[in-house]
Ligand binder design. Structure first.
Ligand code: IPM
Ligand code: MG
Length: 364
């Protein structure tokens, strides 16, 4: 395990981003030490933090840094102080710009209900128990990027327009990812569309079906997005891999987060052919920023995804997940998960608890 060297661009971003990323980096450094992996970590500016310093949410230096890295670790972007800015310099543009420029077409959002948190979900325990879903969201196409777009004046009144468009190769590559991923899991794919109304997703359904013929060992089902939204809270255990469009994936993944009890638990990986970006899906939570209240577990679990998908250390990824599980079993909770009978702790203490659990397992 020598001469393993990786370049990681660290973009803490805004709000709770910096404090959760600090804990995630601690975990990453422990694993690097245990495995003799050399990490080249360089911090950069994105989002509102970048806008304040450079007048743009994705400065060229940050983009170059991301392009030169093996992986990006990102905290969160956005906040009330930047909400009134013109669209093209809003913090969210940094995320969309990175996705586009790094070609990160596949967004993996695992949704796992931890047994020790079964009562933290607003849904009944018997519904959420057994939830283990991988939402695979197409991330560089669809209505998020389609043209034409904008707000213009037509016949004396304003009209807003966006374009939902998918080319077949965009659908094909995410379909391949879905079926390949399902082969490593429970071999079931549900593809989500609105093919009864939207032609772009009628094509989606056709292409997914064509690709599926090459994977006879994987069961494929199609659901309309409205039905899928309902099924997710009715019987989430029925799902293995869900593959869907950019917009539907955005919405369904927030809904699915509630199966776990807190959006503060959900990591993500955004993968392309050459690049990768890892980030918690919770956003910048400006209301609790800088108060040591944020849950760092989503960021830490994002590091686990990095270990698996970029550093080629799936065993270490499982160890990090086990350490998280163990800390939860010990009753430690950040405020988002706090219930009677558990000990509420801060962001830094939670990060430390995971590090201690990880060290306790010792080096290999
Ligand atoms: C997400 C977020 C982003 C999205 C925003 C911040 C642009 O909601 O990653 O789910 O809509 O993709
Ligand atoms: Mg979202």
């Amino acid at each position: 395990m020598t001469d393993r060297r990786f370049r990681i661009a660290v973009f803490p971003g805004d709000g709770i981003g910096p404090e959760v990323i600090r804990q995630a980096v601690r975990v990453l450094e422990i694993v690097a030490r245990h495995t003799g992996t050399a990490l080249d970590l360089t911090e950069g500016l994105v989002g509102g933090a970048a806008y304040d310093r450079c007048g743009t949410p994705l400065p060229p230096e940050s983009l170059d840094q991301a392009l030169a890295s093996d992986a990006v670790l990102l905290g969160a972007v956005g906040g009330p102080s930047w909400e009134a800015l013109p669209y093209d310099v809003r913090p969210e543009r940094a995320l969309l710009g990175l996705r586009e420029r790094l070609g990160l077409f596949a967004n993996l959002r695992p949704v796992v209900a931890f047994e020790d948190l079964i009562d933290a979900s607003p849904l009944k325990a018997e519904i959420v128990r057994g939830t283990d879903i991988l939402i695979l969201r197409e991330l560089t196409g669809g209505v998020y990027f389609g043209r034409p777009r904008g707000i213009r004046v037509e016949d004396g009144r304003r009209v807003g327009v966006n374009t939902m468009i998918y080319a077949e190769e965009e659908i094909r590559r995410i379909a391949v990812k879905a079926f390949e991923t399902a082969r490593g899991r429970r071999k079931r794919v549900v593809s989500v569309d609105k093919a009864n109304v939207l032609e772009s997703t009628e094509l989606w359904r056709d292409v997914i079906t064509e690709v599926g013929r090459g994977y006879p060992d994987v069961a494929l089902r199609h659901l309309y997005v409205d039905n899928c939204a309902m099924q997710l809270v009715l019987n989430p255990a029925q799902f293995d891999v869900i593959v869907t469009t950019n917009l539907f994936g955005d919405i369904l993944s927030d809904e699915a987060a509630m199966l776990t009890g807190s959006i503060g638990l959900l990591p993500s990986a955004s993968l392309g052919d050459r690049h990768a970006l890892y980030e918690p899906i919770h956003g910048s939570a400006p209301d609790i920023a800088g108060q040591d209240l944020a849950n760092p577990l989503a960021a830490i679990l994002s590091v686990a995804m990095m270990l698996e998908h970029t550093l080629g250390l799936p065993g270490e990824a499982r160890r990090v997940e086990d350490a998280v599980r163990q800390v939860l079993r010990e009753g430690r909770r950040t405020r988002d998960l706090h219930r009677e009978g558990t000990t509420p702790i801060g962001t830094a203490a939670m990060g430390k608890a995971v590090c201690v659990a990880l060290e306790r397992k010792g080096a290999r």
